[in-house]
Design a protein around this ligand. Structure first.
Ligand SMILES: *Cc1c(COP(=O)(O)O)cnc(C)c1O
Length: 392
């Protein structure tokens, strides 16, 4: 798959791309180049708009909108996490998750094609839908839960899956949907933002594209916007690459380097955050003012059976509904360890009343809570105290 450093040669540990390596080993070594004496383990960002290029171009780095060595290392790292040990997977990084999503949709679809989107996915998808329709593409939607997208697949060119869905946390059977789509000649893309590649590997479940916002838990510090597409079909990925070149939705070298540096701690963060998310969900379950509690890791969650089959970790987002908008606002205000902010996946917990955006079909008191890396006892205590204080 790549020529990254393979420390297994001395028999002491596995290489990062080795499918037998553990997630922690893979994350800390992902994308590292061969060691070179007196060079850093992870080379610093390469700031270059153009590279020396005498004579005829023969491939390699020429212009900064097409290729950059800092992206190359990050793309290897993401590829090793999304598809460990697998050959023929290409990964491309983008300026944001939306840049990556748009690159797949707009490079694969033509006027007259039909695409199936989730009806309950990321809140920018309705804007994307309007743009696709303006280009003469038919857009169908169906909910994530119950594999309902199966019912609208006939004649579609592309199926777009978001599982778990954001913010409702419904889950669909990716393998089942991918098989059904392929049987009808459709390509399959999965938005893997919420799960991260350590929670679920869509390419192994049959998807043609794993697409994600790296802005969330992949980088995890709330300070970088990033996106990526990993794909198995060389022709389709060629079109995605061409789209990136045409649109120029490229990450800066500094962002790419920060992302790569952050991936070294991905296993630690995902492990800790998903364990704490379960603890928070269990604490919320005992509260009478909480309804509609969702966390795919809860054994009695409607998503759990399917999630447990295809996910290895259940993510850091817990969602629930408080009795009113006012109660939710008082709760968010009373939290001390949880910032009232949008987005999710960072080391510092955040929460928001999702209805303030107006895009998602959620009750006024609906809260999306992103669990960070605080000590679980501290966070659970803060959430329960804020619930008590917001009651009056
Ligand atoms: C945030 C998010 C996106 C968009 O990512 P950006 O990096 O903000 O462009 C796409 N899909 C999901 C599920 C997201 O949560």
């Amino acid at each position: 798959m790549n020529d990254s450093f393979a420390p297994g040669q001395d028999g002491t540990s596995a290489g990062a791309g080795d499918p037998a390596a553990g997630d922690g080993t893979r994350a800390v070594r992902a994308g590292l180049p061969e060691p070179v004496k007196y060079e850093p383990t992870l080379p610093g960002p390469v700031f270059a708009a153009h590279f020396h290029l005498p004579g005829d171009p023969t491939g390699g780095y020429a212009y900064g909108r097409d290729e950059n060595p800092t992206w190359t290392l990050l793309e290897r790292a993401v590829g090793e996490l999304e598809a460990p040990g697998r050959d023929g997977v290409e990964t491309l990084v983008f300026a944001s998750g939306m840049a990556a999503i748009s690159a797949v949709l707009f490079s694969q679809l033509r006027a007259g094609d039909a695409v199936v989107l989730p009806g309950d996915g990321y809140q920018v998808l309705p804007l994307v839908r309007a743009q696709l329709e303006a280009y003469g593409i038919e857009v169908r939607t169906a909910p994530t839960a119950g594999d309902a997208q199966l019912d609208v697949l006939d004649g579609a060119r592309l199926l777009w899956i978001e599982s778990p869905s954001n913010p409702g946390l419904d889950v669909c059977d990716i393998r089942r949907l991918a098989d059904a789509a392929h049987a009808r000649g459709a390509l399959v893309a999965v938005d893997n933002t919420l799960a991260t590649p350590l929670g679920q590997r869509p390419l192994e479940l049959g998807a043609d594209f794993a697409v994600a916002s790296g802005t969330k838990q992949l980088t995890g510090h709330g300070d970088v916007l990033l996106g990526y597409v990993a794909g198995t079909d060389a022709g389709a990925m060629g079109a995605v690459r061409r789209w990136r070149k045409i649109v120029g939705a490229i990450p800066g070298p500094m962002e790419a380097w920060l992302a790569h540096r952050s991936i070294a701690t991905l296993q630690l963060r995902v492990e800790r955050q998903s364990a704490t998310a379960l603890a928070v969900a269990e604490a919320l379950r005992g509260r009478s003012e909480v309804t509609g509690l969702r966390y795919p890791g809860l054994p009695d969650d409607p998503s759990h059976a399917v999630a447990a089959r295809q996910m290895r970790r259940f993510g850091c987002v817990v969602s629930f509904t408080l009795p009113s908008r006012e109660r939710a606002d008082r709760f968010l205000d009373a939290l001390r360890l949880v910032d009232d902010a949008t987005s999710f996946g960072g080391v510092r917990s955040t929460a928001e009343r999702r209805g303030r955006w107006g895009g998602d079909a959620v009750p006024e008191g609906f809260v999306r809570l992103s669990v960070g890396a605080e000590d679980p006892v501290d966070l659970v205590a803060d959430v329960l105290r804020a619930l008590d204080e917001s009651a009056g």
